[in-house]
Design a protein around this ligand. Structure first.
Ligand code: NAP
Length: 291
């Protein structure tokens, strides 16, 4: 039995599907078991990171656990508490979802968010693997709203290039690490196969959709105002801006061979991700509204 925390999320849900397809018994966690939808036949347990008393039951009878914390400065103690519960319950192996650039001093705030969790995992005495994915290809779902409203999609990272990674590749690597002791003690950096700018991604999505996509560059102050209006916490906003500046300045132009080394095939491209999600982007633009 493998435990997937954050099982309703981008990576967790892809990982649940991967394991179920492979016939592996899965226990999935969510704060709201009555409202979440999962494949048939899996166990579902309620876990809330703000209630560590919910962890023990989730970890009982588990061989390996996937730790999917919540990004931002408020979630830094969650992994240590999950690791402690795993150790107490006799779990053999943990796989932690971290982030690219963790520990890089140039990333200040966001580069530190996963450090306590990585340390807890490395010092756990359990078999462990840490995954440091790059920016998810699926983050461009945030473009759906401007596309629907007939607005340009925002580019927050200027001419900075990066190799966005397909969430399905992260899930595939996680599944391998959860099932095979060969990945013990490894910290994998997970990127896509190609360095590209935000504008490059938009051009590839436009080619998939068969229509042009207009892009507008967003200055950091405007991005801050937008995220503030969206109700995001100030510390999260400042962290996101630091991350965007890091990419804009070219520091995230990194290609890793770890996906290929683990899976024995190249990582999926952004164009492949876009093609596989074409239907979701086939929105007809409404009359432009005020931004
Ligand atoms: N997005 C990126 O580009 C990117 C890049 C690199 C690394 N990462 C890392 O990826 C992680 C986020 O993964 P994701 O995008 O798959 O997450 P996500 O889609 O945002 O999903 C978050 C999951 O966490 C669960 N969750 C949220 N608050 C919770 C709480 N208080 N207690 C228990 N569960 C809670 C949610 O479950 P319920 O709502 O069902 O309870 C949901 O399943 C972060 O650690 C981030 O640093 C993201």
């Amino acid at each position: 039995m493998i435990l997937i925390t954050g099982a309703t999320g981008t990576i967790g849900s892809a990982l649940v599907r991967r394991l179920v397809d492979d016939g592996i018994p899965v226990r999935a966690t969510t704060r709201e078991p009555d409202h979440a939808t999962f494949p048939a036949g899996i166990e579902v347990v309620r876990v809330d990171y703000r209630e560590p008393a919910t962890f023990a039951a989730a970890m009982t009878g588990i061989e390996a656990a996937f730790l999917n914390g919540v990004p931002g400065p408020d979630g830094t103690g969650t992994d240590a508490a999950l690791v402690e519960a795993a150790r107490t319950a006799g779990v053999r192996r943990v796989v932690k979802l971290s982030a690219i650039g963790t520990g890089d001093p140039r990333l200040a705030g966001p580069g530190s968010w996963h450090v306590p969790g990585e340390e807890a995992v490395r010092e756990s005495g359990l078999e462990w693997t840490i995954l440091r994915p790059n920016t998810f290809a699926s983050n461009t779902f945030s473009w759906l709203e401007p596309l629907r409203n007939g607005h340009p999609v925002p580019n927050l990272t200027g001419d900075g290039r990066q190799a966005v990674v397909d969430p399905r590749d992260i899930a595939d690597v996680a599944a391998a690490a959860l099932r095979d002791t060969a990945h013990h003690g490894r910290t994998y950096t997970l990127t896509g196969p190609t360095l590209q700018t935000g504008r490059g991604q938009a051009a590839e999505l436009a080619a998939v959709l068969g229509r042009p996509i207009e892009v507008t560059d967003i200055a950091p102050d405007d991005a801050r105002a937008f995220m503030t209006a969206a109700g995001l916490a100030p510390a999260f906003i400042e962290g996101a801006l630091i991350g965007q500046t890091f990419i804009r300045d070219g520091h995230n132009a990194l290609l890793s061979g770890d996906v290929a080394a683990v899976l024995g095939r190249p990582p999926r491209s952004y164009a492949e991700w876009a093609g596989d999600h074409r239907e979701q982007f086939m929105v007809s633009a409404r009359e432009p509204s005020q931004p």
